[in-house]
Design a protein around this ligand. Structure first.
Ligand code: ADP
Length: 251
C-alpha cells in the first residue's frame, strides 16, 4: 500500500501514519523527521535545512526529492509506505509521479485531513505543553510565530495539491477535527471502498497459472496420495496399535 497524507501542520498526519504502518507493515516516510534527523546529525543537507525549518519555510524541492528518491528505493519500503509531509509543492508532486512511474509503482490514494486552522494553534500549544511535561525536547518551529509561517506556506504551496490529486480521482477527504479513532475509521472506509472496487482474481485462471489440479482430477501426485491413503486404511489393527504405543513412548 502506498499512500499520501495531506494536511496542515498539527492535522494529525503523524498519528494516523503510525496507525497505518502498524496495521499494514509498511513504513512511514516523514520528510520533516528525516530533515530533523539530518540536522541533528550535522550532515551538509541537515545543516542547510535547519535554519529554513526554524523559520517555518520550505526546504528546496531538489533536497527533499533527493531524500525521498533514495528512501523509497530501500528494501523496507518495498511493501509500501505512507508519505507524511511530502509532497508539499506542485514540483514535488510531479517529481513523485516520475519517481513512481520509473519504478512501475502506483499510489493507492491521497488522504486529506481537513482541519479548522483556528484550532490548529491550540492543538500545537497542547502538544508543546505535553512534551514539556514529559521532559521531551520541543521542536524549534513549534512556536506561535513560526507556526503562522508554516500555515501560510501550507496554504500557498501545499493546499493546491488537493486539487492536483482530486483531478486524478485519487483524493479522499477526511474530517481531521474528529477524534483520532474516528479519523482512522474514516481513512479505512476510504481505503476499503477502493479495495472493494479492485477487480477480483478469476479462480479458474488462478488455478491454471499456479498449475493446481482441481480436486478429484487425476495426476501423478494425486494418485500417489490416494494409494498412501488406501494403504493406511488397510493397515492391520495390531500394526496401528504398535505405532500408537511407539508414539506414546516417544512423548
Ligand atoms: P509539520 O507538518 O508539522 O509542519 P513537518 O515535520 O512535516 O511538520 O515539517 C517540518 C519542516 O520541515 C517544515 O516546516 C519544512 O521546513 C521542512 N519540510 C518537511 N517536509 C518538507 C517538504 N516536503 N518540502 C519542503 N520542506 C519540508
Amino acid at each position: 500500500m502506498r499512500l499520501i497524507l495531506l494536511g496542515p501542520p498539527g492535522a494529525g498526519k503523524g498519528t494516523q501514519a503510525q496507525r497505518l504502518i502498524a496495521k499494514h507493515g509498511i513504513v512511514q516516510l516523514s520528510t520533516g523527521d528525516m530533515l530533523r534527523a539530518a540536522a541533528a546529525a550535522g550532515t551538509p543537507v541537515g545543516l542547510r535545512a535547519k535554519s529554513i525549518m526554524e523559520r517555518g519555510e520550505l526546504v528546496p524541492d531538489d533536497v527533499v526529492v533527493a531524500i525521498i528518491a533514495d528512501r523509497i528505493g530501500q528494501p523496507d519500503a518495498r511493501r509500501g509506505f505512507v508519505l507524511d509531509g511530502f509532497p508539499r509543492t506542485a514540483a514535488q508532486a510531479e517529481a513523485l509521479d516520475r519517481l513512481l512511474a520509473e519504478r512501475g509503482l502506483k499510489l493507492d490514494g491521497v488522504i486529506e485531513l481537513k482541519v479548522d486552522e483556528g484550532i490548529l494553534l491550540k492543538r500545537i500549544e497542547k502538544r508543546v505543553a505535553d512534551m514539556t511535561a514529559r521532559g521531551e525536547t520541543v521542536r524549534a518551529d513549534d512556536t506561535p510565530e513560526v507556526l503562522k509561517g508554516r500555515l501560510s506556506a501550507y496554504r500557498a504551496q501545499t493546499a493546491p495539491l488537493a486539487g492536483y490529486y482530486a483531478g486524478r480521482g485519487m483524493l479522499k477527504s477526511v474530517d481531521g477535527m474528529a477524534t483520532v479513532d474516528e479519523v482512522t475509521a474514516a481513512i479505512y472506509r476510504h481505503l476499503g471502498s477502493s479495495a472493494a472496487r479492485a477487480p477480483k482474481p478469476r479462480r479458474g485462471k488462478a488455478r491454471l497459472a499456479r498449475k493446481i489440479p482441481k480436486r478429484g482430477a487425476s495426476s501423478a501426485g494425486g494418485a500417489r496420495k490416494r494409494s498412501v491413503a488406501k494403504k493406511r486404511k488397510n493397515k492391520p489393527q495390531k500394526a496401528k496399535n504398535r505405532t500408537r504405543r511407539r508414539l506414546t513412548r516417544a512423548r
